[in-house]
Design a protein around this ligand. Sequence first.
Ligand code: BTN
Length: 254
Amino acid sequence: MIIGRQIIRLSVTTSTMDEIDRLVGQGEPEGLVVVADRQTAGRGRAGRAWHSASGSGLLFSILLRPRKTPAEIAVFPLIVGLAVAEAIDEIAGVRSSLKWPNDVLIDDKKVAGIVMTSRIMDETIDYLNIGIGINVTGAALPSDGTSLADSSSRIVDRDKLLKKILTRLDNAYASFCISGSGPFIHDWTAKAAYLNERIEAESEGMKIEGIMRGVDDIGALLIETEDGSELRIVAGELTRGPRRPEASNDKVAY
Ligand code: BTN
């Protein structure tokens, strides 16, 4: 086992991401996990903040050092999302879905988020810092958010959930390092939110509407546009698309 062979538990920190960035400088090996009850400056994707009331979330970061290039690793956050979603389903007895690129949803509301940062040296990955935040109980969540307490009939033990995620991630990481993303794309797509539905993607300041057709093996979003062509979006945000007028009986093919 690589992921979770050492676990550091903190009651409070600025961010578990900060802890990993600091500890990596002290030569910590890959697989180190830092878990915190509370963060004073939690980091989300795209420069956003991540807020979680004290003790209400499962908040942790993982240090990894895959021998991969930045291009090869772009898909890895999706694989992490899949492992987190499957562990949540198993422990909480729910059926979560995955919103590209790596949000975990229950009943269309976000229950978990993943952020990944990397340090590159000589065009290869020096280290990855993977941050995972799960709303376990539901204090002060945004309207499009949910928690396991709100969406599951089970009482979820944070340690049990952490252990399940780390085991699943460890297996996924070993498989990814050997075989790449191929084996995961089918399972990711099977859990994809909005698959074959109208979506709107925002990427580099552009809005693209179309039908969500899945992801490719580097984790890029595949959108079928109105003229039938397929677009690949490498980075961006996805939302459910505007509904078409009910009056039309036409079969919409895009
Ligand atoms: C997102 O924006 O959806 C990603 C949120 C990731 C939050 C987690 S909480 C644990 C780790 N530490 C952080 O500061 N961020 C991640």
